[in-house]
Ligand binder design. Structure first.
Ligand code: MLT
Length: 312
């Protein structure tokens, strides 16, 4: 894209704290990733990296906020594939994912898990399927709002079940998971970056994972695919964005810090334990993120329009 020429200050970037805007609640999966990367990024940049949770409207509030921020690299956005579904879900979107940002790089790919509260009746996916047929809308399914991946995964899951459930929106899956723990909702589809430790501690019923192979961290949880939901696959990709017009030298500096953070042994160990995948080096680049975003917008647009789901 078109970038401003490098002003003199760009050479000394950053000279103060950098804020990473996160579109969902503190403690949830996106927040976990941001705070994990903030530590080595901060070390590499020589400045504090702060996390700001700008929650609401399925991630579009944080995206709009960063799109309008000063293009100086001090405000960036960590968002997942909700960036690609937003243009179809929100007809009155106040920003354009393909025009209003500079792209720093892809960040990681995260599998999802379908969970039930611990004292929920069904023990297996087959039992859940039968229970859903009988109970339908009496069953509640939590999500983080339209545009959240928990929402998208929930829609795919209901379609695979062949039953509509009652969806309950939150501002992130952090609070949704808390309510699942407390037994206030029945089901949640959520990312392993938050759910793995709870599944290992048997705090929930785990009905399946959204990958085609089982996950090493939770090997006893079957895939949805192997249980008859053929081809059920969701991997949540993430990107790091800066406002349009951020100088190239600054974008490159942030990209360098992202690469260093993803190569950090502590980060790799932690992400490995949560079964998150670090993308290949060609994807952790401005063009790797931009071209993937474009392809994903083209992929999801028709699917969402056909499903007739709109947030506004
Ligand atoms: C979160 O961090 O709360 C999740 O990424 C929300 C979501 O399900 O998209």
């Amino acid at each position: 894209g078109l970038m401003a020429l490098n002003p003199a200050w760009a050479d000394t970037f950053p000279s103060r704290a950098v804020t990473v805007s996160v579109p969902f609640s503190a403690g949830g999966p996106t927040d976990v990733v941001a705070r994990l990367l903030a530590v080595p990024m901060s070390r590499e940049l020589g400045q504090t990296v702060l996390v700001d949770n700008a929650v609401g409207a399925g991630g579009t509030i944080a995206s709009a906020k960063v799109a309008r921020a000063q293009p100086d690299g001090y405000t960036v956005l960590l968002h997942h594939m909700g960036m690609a579904t937003a243009p179809a879900l929100y007809r009155k979107l106040s920003f354009d994912p393909l025009k209003d940002f500079e792209y720093i790089g892809q960040v990681l790919d995260v599998p999802m898990t379908v969970l039930g509260r611990k004292d929920f009746g069904p023990n297996t996916l087959a039992e859940l399927q039968a229970h859903a047929k009988a109970q339908g809308k009496a069953i509640t399914l939590a999500n983080a709002g339209l545009g959240a991946v928990s929402h998208l995964c929930g829609l795919m899951f209901m379609s695979a079940l062949g039953t509509e459930l009652t969806t309950v929106p939150y501002k992130g899956t952090g609070p949704a998971l808390n309510d699942l723990l407390g037994g206030q909702v029945d089901l949640l589809c959520d990312q392993t970056t938050q759910t793995v430790p709870y599944i290992q501690d048997k705090r929930f019923k785990a009905y399946g994972v959204t990958t085609l192979k089982r996950l090493p961290a939770i090997p006893s949880v079957p895939t949805l695919d192997e249980q008859g939901m053929k081809g059920f696959e969701v991997k949540v990709w993430h990107g790091l964005y800066a406002p349009k017009g951020t100088p190239k030298a600054v974008v490159d500096r942030l990209n360098q810090a992202l690469k260093v953070a993803l190569a950090d042994p502590m980060v790799q160990k932690k992400l490995g334990e949560l079964n998150a995948e670090i993308p290949s080096p060609d994807k952790v680049t401005p063009e790797g993120l931009r071209s993937h975003l474009q392809a994903e917008i083209s992929k999801w647009g028709p699917i969402i329009k056909k499903a007739g789901i709109y947030a506004d």
